[in-house]
Design a protein around this ligand. Structure first.
Ligand code: GKR
Ligand code: MG
Length: 416
């Protein structure tokens, strides 16, 4: 049996701490879910991957684990095709299947890099930058997770941010701790005029620094046009103000700034209508659902062909994902904006051995070790897996958690 064949795919669901961050769906729960992959080759080489969590994704990764055994780790196209074919009968959405193939592709590339003694960025064609710029991801937030069902309140060292002054203070802390030089505000939480005021306060506090606002489709077309007009000259781009490609296209007609998305263009079949309707000008890539790192590199070329600028989306994540994001961002020539990352909110609970990934001056240096260049902390993995098992949490529910504190909270999109 060739040493580059896959012997086993170990799939480990984990739960880690998350602050009470507010968004258009409610509020983050005290735990966030991820899944760690260890792809073990016949020669004992292990490739790492990280996927968003949840029962459905876990089940699909277990299905993938069955079909990849015996395949060659360098045959990533065939590995992805085998997983896709196995999921197709029960998972009709290509976007949903993409979450699974992507996570396994990253683990394959990590293993390939380890076998060759080369960083993953080399497997993607080499780097065009030694370090990757990230934006501070600002959230309206509560001071703590309130006490609930006998559980004590859970505080953090970020404090409350519920108004412009709170957001500016959070941005100041983000800059002090990590040196960020661009800022994204997660909006869709308060009436638009309050969020416009917060952006203006940021512009005043950090003159000349790029700013973005992302209400996750909390606004109608009319409200989106109003906000875009109010923030003319202040935002580098406005992200997902309203739902769907036709809605975004309506807003884009009158918007003085580019529109960006990680919501209405999330699969290959969305690109054609989005380009035809000129609905977006910036695409936030995310290797976790675009098919992995190589497909993200290909997506960048498609964006270049159609004149779409590139940025990068993030969800609550840990260091394996950050390493993967950094490698692919370093290998994309046309990365036009700093990438998003939730890492400052979750890094205290990382599953990788510290030392390689550091956010300094708002950037992460591209790891130079073989593969992703990061090492799994097995004790931490075990601890976070135990937390997953004990928590009983199996999916993310920002709305349900919000209702525990505000029983009349309604999920309404658009809300304004
Ligand atoms: O974590 O609340 C959140 C974000 O809103 C996340 O769920 C989004 O996927 O960061 C994301 C975004 O840019 O839309
Ligand atoms: Mg977004």
């Amino acid at each position: 049996m060739s040493s580059t064949r896959i012997r086993e795919l170990i799939v480990t669901p984990i739960a880690f701490g998350d602050p009470p961050l507010l968004n258009s769906n409610g509020v983050h729960e005290p735990l966030a879910l991820r899944i760690v992959l260890q792809l073990v080759l016949e020669d004992g080489t292990v490739g790492l991957g990280e996927s968003p969590g949840g029962a459905a994704r876990l089940e699909r990764l277990h299905a993938a684990a069955k079909v990849v055994v015996g395949m060659d780790v360098f045959d990533t196209t065939a590995v992805a095709a085998a997983i896709d074919a196995a999921l197709l009968p029960t998972v009709p959405s290509s976007h949903e299947r993409g979450w699974t193939t992507s996570a396994v592709e990253v683990a394959c590339l990590d293993a390939q890099g380890k076998l060759l003694g080369r960083p993953v960025s080399d497997l993607l064609g080499g780097t065009v930058r030694d370090s990757v710029p990230f934006a501070a991801y600002l959230f309206y937030k509560w001071a703590e997770h309130p006490a609930l069902d006998g559980r004590a309140a859970i505080g953090d060292d970020w404090g409350e941010a519920l108004d412009p002054a709170g957001i500016v203070e959070q941005a100041r802390l983000m800059r002090e701790r990590y040196g960020f030089r661009s800022f994204k505000l997660k909006g869709g939480v308060f009436p638009p005029d309050e969020e416009i005021a917060a952006i203006r306060a940021l512009a005043e506090a950090f003159p000349g620094q790029p700013l973005r606002l992302d209400p996750n489709v909390a606004w109608t077309v009319e409200t989106s046009k109003y906000v875009a007009c109010e923030l003319d000259g202040v935002l580098e781009y406005l992200e997902d103000p309203t739902k769907g490609i036709p809605g975004m296209a309506e807003v884009a007609k009158d918007s003085p700034m580019p529109l960006a998305t990680n919501m209405c263009v999330i699969a290959w079949e969305h690109l054609k209508p989005a380009v035809e309707q000129d609905a977006i000008q910036v695409l936030l890539t995310d290797h976790h659902y675009w098919g992995g790192l190589r497909r993200t590199r290909e997506l960048a070329a498609v964006c270049e062909a159609f004149g779409l600028a590139l940025s990068m989306h993030s969800n609550s994540h840990l260091g394996i994902s950050l390493a993967a994001m950094t490698h692919v961002a370093a290998a994309i020539p046309n990365l036009d904006h700093s990438c998003d990352t939730h890492y400052p909110w979750n890094s205290a609970d990382d599953v990788i051995v510290p030392g390689v990934l550091e956010l300094r001056d708002g950037e992460v240096k591209v790891p130079t070790g073989p593969g992703l260049g990061v090492e799994l902390d097995h004790d931490k993995l075990e601890q976070l897996h135990r937390r997953y098992v004990d928590s009983g949490m199996r999916s993310r529910d920002d709305t349900g958690y919000m209702r525990r504190f505000q029983p009349d909270y309604e999920l309404r999109l658009p809300r304004w």
